[in-house]
Design a protein around this ligand. Structure first.
Ligand SMILES: Nc1ncnc2c1ncn2[C@@H]1O[C@H](COP(=O)(O)OP(=O)(O)OP(=O)(O)O)[C@@H](O)[C@H]1O
Ligand SMILES: N[C@@H](CCO)C(=O)O
Length: 306
């Protein structure tokens, strides 16, 4: 049998908001969604990770749906693919699993319909699917990102001078973003939004100048979403206290929750994670690093999986 060319996509997880940077700030993490795909005569999705087993194995799979819709956006017909998907990203835990799936779907359409999308076009499409540029921008570009959306224009800056070690506390229960957005208010008073925006600006400034104490204070001072979402994450205060006692400088809800993002000064992650493991029970402590690459794609000769 002739070896076939297989398209490979690897997309990092992400943690959005970092506290006050609601729908705008995010960091890419070294947990990955990986897929391999080639043209076939029908859609066939082989799911290789236990967490994915309940997802559709044909074109109804969300990744395929994103690919099909992206292709039709550009008036192209997406060919059926045979593919394998595996993922280390916990689902519906605030680690950007849906954004990673969207990025993978857009890359499939780009490759198999020859769309030749620019990075900016990809960013606009993934933001449209996800509704905000934070997780999707981090998954696409890697690093610590600031995204903004004005109308259909999406802008994104990667802040490669910011460094910290991220530790994620991941509970067993899922929390769908949809539910976690439902508890947010429709409107925010002008004076409160001025303060909330100042807190977000101060967080970024303090991370840039490595003023860890101030950064931690700002992560806790968020007024946009954490005060409303805390009722959905009753263990938040307890985990926060234990993470700070263990040496983290800042703690925030990861994305829409329920996972909790704890930041340590660069180089302290291992030590702080070890201490946290000793005092936090019933939840996974993930000692992670920032992914600085973002989504990567490549071609390879067919492997054993396909
Ligand atoms: N690899 C995947 N394949 C297919 N569908 C997926 C995949 N990953 C995520 N999804 C879909 O996305 C849903 C989770 O999205 P949701 O926005 O609720 O959480 P999240 O993206 O993990 O967290 P957050 O947006 O807070 O970071 C899953 O229940 C599933 O429907
Ligand atoms: N910024 C988003 C991330 C989750 O999609 C939120 O907090 O709802």
């Amino acid at each position: 049998m002739m070896p076939r060319q297989v398209f490979v996509v690897k997309v990092p997880a992400s943690s959005a908001n970092l506290g006050p940077g609601f729908d705008s700030l995010a960091v890419a993490l070294n947990l990955y969604l990986e897929l391999e795909a080639f043209r076939s005569d029908q859609w066939e999705v082989e799911l290789l990770s236990p967490s994915l087993m309940d997802f559709p194995r044909d074109e109804k799979n969300y990744i395929c749906q994103v690919a099909l819709q992206t292709a039709s956006l550009y008036k192209q017909k997406m060919p059926p693919l045979r593919m394998t998907v595996k993922s280390e990203i916990p689902l519906a835990r605030g680690l950007g699993s849906s954004a990673a799936a969207i990025v993978a779907g857009v890359e499939l359409a780009n490759e198999f319909c020859g769309l030749q999308l620019s990075e900016r076009e990809k960013l606009a499409i993934v933001t449209e699917f996800e509704g905000h540029p934070d997780n999707a921008g981090a998954s696409l570009f890697g690093g610590v990102v600031v995204g903004s959306q004005i109308g259909t224009e999406v802008d994104l800056t990667v802040l490669d001078q910011i460094q910290f070690d991220p530790i994620l506390v991941v509970p067993q229960e899922e929390l769908l973003t949809e539910i976690s957005r439902d508890v947010l208010p429709q409107d925010v008073k002008f004076s409160r939004s001025v303060q909330a925006s100042a807190v977000a600006n101060q967080l970024l400034a303090s991370l840039m100048v490595q003023n860890w104490k101030l950064a931690g204070k700002m992560m806790a001072a968020d007024l946009f979403h954490q005060p409303y979402r805390k009722e959905l994450v009753p263990f938040f205060d307890d985990v926060r206290e234990k993470a700070i006692q263990s040496g983290a400088f800042g703690v925030a809800l990861s994305g829409a929750g329920p996972s909790i993002l704890c930041l340590t000064e660069p180089g302290n992650g291992d030590q702080v994670a070890e201490k946290m493991k000793q005092c936090i029970n019933g939840m996974e402590i993930m000692n992670l690093t920032i992914d600085w690459t973002g989504c990567r794609t490549s071609m390879k000769k067919s492997g054993f999986a396909l």
